[in-house]
Design a protein. Sequence first.
Length: 325
Amino acid sequence: MSQKEAHFTVEEAVRLDVFLTQKLEQTRNQITQLIEQNCVTVDGKPTLKAGLKLKLLQKIYIRFPDQKSTPAMEINFEVEVLFEDDDILIINKPSSLTVHPAPSVKEPTLVDWLKHKGISLSTLSGEERHGIVHRLDRGTSGAMVIAKNNEAHEALSIQLQDKSMGRFYLAVVTPPMKDEITIIDRPIGRSAHNRLKMAISETGKNAKTEFRKLLPSHDETEEIIACKLYTGRTHQIRVHLESISRHIMGDHLYGTSAKSDKMERILLHAYNLYFTHPTTKERVSFTAPLAPVMEDYLHKHFDSKELHARIDPIRLERLFSSESL
């Protein structure tokens, strides 16, 4: 069997995805992706049905998609590694770095960097998303967990779904939040007016975010807040803040377009990440240091001593565990 294609004859009446999982020794998720990419034909006819019931002696043909990669010479950046063992890699994603390849992405991505470094990665998310359990928007920096094998990936995905994995974000907003605790539970979908944006939409997917006030700026026109996601929709924090007329500094897509906001990056950072280690079963927590640009901005506009006390990870965890809805 070559790397480009494969041929099989059905020997027993089973589902297509089950048959190919056994023959190719790949995960059900990988097989489903092959089928959805129109790479599989049954008796010469393309099929997109992973659950298709096969008949004896049918001919199965698989055309494997070309493996795309970014040349090593194009990877001219580094990513901070916070922790690594045989199962997981915790990184501090820099702002302006896209997580995985897509047709619209022309520059190297985090996945390209991981492959360039020769890091072992899970394959459950497909070729273009190797190792990626969850993502961060391009402009958002902060903590991410990368799965180095399929077992770890599956265990982490379950935690992501049942909310036992969580993240606390830090953001600088203007104007300050009205209430100490703000919980927004409104669905999000693609904006009908701007294809680059998401928006509150009754036909969108459910989305819930909790916001907590932390510290006002010296002039009280801005505020640093903590955010907790209960769902993981694209641009969720930004959309929910826009819905209550709040704007993250440096975010020139959502909210207001204040002339005073000349930040080159959005001041939104995935500060703390917690979950149960897939192998040791111990609860672990990782804090991603702020990038120099964000650190400098905070020290210039906020009381530094008070700031570090307010963003202590243990304090944030206790803050969200009390009175949360």
